[in-house]
Ligand binder design. Sequence first.
Ligand code: NDP
Ligand code: MG
Length: 376
Amino acid sequence: MRNILVLGATGSIGSQTLNVISKNADELNLIGISLYDDLTELPQILKKFPNLKYVWALHPDAKKYPQVTFVNSLEELASLPCDLVVCAIVGFAAFKPLVSAIKTKHNVALANKECLVAAGDYLNALVKKNKVSIYPIDSEHSALYQCLKGEDIKSVKRLIITASGGPFRDKKLSELKNVTVAEAIHHPTWKMGPKISIDSATLVNKGLEVMEAHYLFNLPYAKISVVIQKESIVHSLVEFVDGSIKAQLGVPNMEVPIQYALFSGEHHLKTDAYLDFNKPLDLHFMPIDEKRFKAVKLAYEAGEKGLSYPLVFNSSNEVAVQSFREGEMAFCDIVPVIEKCLAKHTPCKVSSYTDIIRVDEEARELALSIIKEAKK
Ligand code: NDP
Ligand code: MG
């Protein structure tokens, strides 16, 4: 039996992770979860997982739930004894518990990409020092992980990350001016949380994923490319030096990469997600139009420059997405805010925990001031 802690259990990835755990109840045991500001799902979760003992929530309610222990912080939850921590909190808010999990020598199934982008070198050094493994949940990175398995990294010509292109792939740039939050959240092939859905619509998500791949697989940006794959069936590909290409395919169902990560990179039954080859299957690949989707180009530039650039890319995007969701700015201004932040900030090394926290705060202030200025 493997004891699992799930950080961000009420989210899109979190709830699908709980599904996977309950389908594999003979092998996986949920012992702790984090919620955020809403406890309404807790009774149902407790009913489904009687062994669940530890909970972190912003507003704990110990009297109502005497059967569980409310821990004092996310870091404390992430450091409890277990066999695997699933990190499915959205955004940089996952950084402190992620660090805590790794420092406790826990292996991590990682859905959160923002922390890896913001602090990739720091986290990689920590992973190495503590001799733990990171199993990617992000579908593209799970695909790359699978394609790279058993291969010599030196024989890799490039990683090819697929992108659906998001809900506005075929819209003219001029049509994006009055996009609403509801339209931006409506993804054509994946059902996800609001922040990543908006990131997919701006293609910032693909930019984050390029940097995520760089840190996960330790390859230079020149060996990472992006291609549009309309149907979200081919989850990513690896091209080798001899021109041979390996791809990972499957229906767009996050339970597949989640389960693969929960079993430390092994295939298991019980996901019910099969491609039907009795029907015609069309696969369309297209190059990405960098003019339309500047976010990907900006991500490559930020990644290549290194230092605090990737972190600022992430922090400014988080602020811009939040402002868009609150009706404070237009959808088409999200990427320009990132661009301005990257240009205006003073680059610096972000090698320590405190550097990372400080530069993230500064970048958020800068992004807010840019948004405020634009409104004048
Ligand atoms: P959701 O918004 O659906 O869920 C996020 C989870 O984090 C919820 O449990 C939420 O609680 C919790 N949370 C939010 N803010 C905080 C905070 N400040 N402190 C602690 N907990 C918090 O996100 P997703 O599940 O869509 O995404 C999670 C991560 O996985 C993201 O980094 C995303 O990029 C990545 N990912 C997601 C995919 C998907 O299909 N959804 C695919 C690949 C990667 P509450 O419900 O109370 O708000
Ligand atoms: Mg992805």
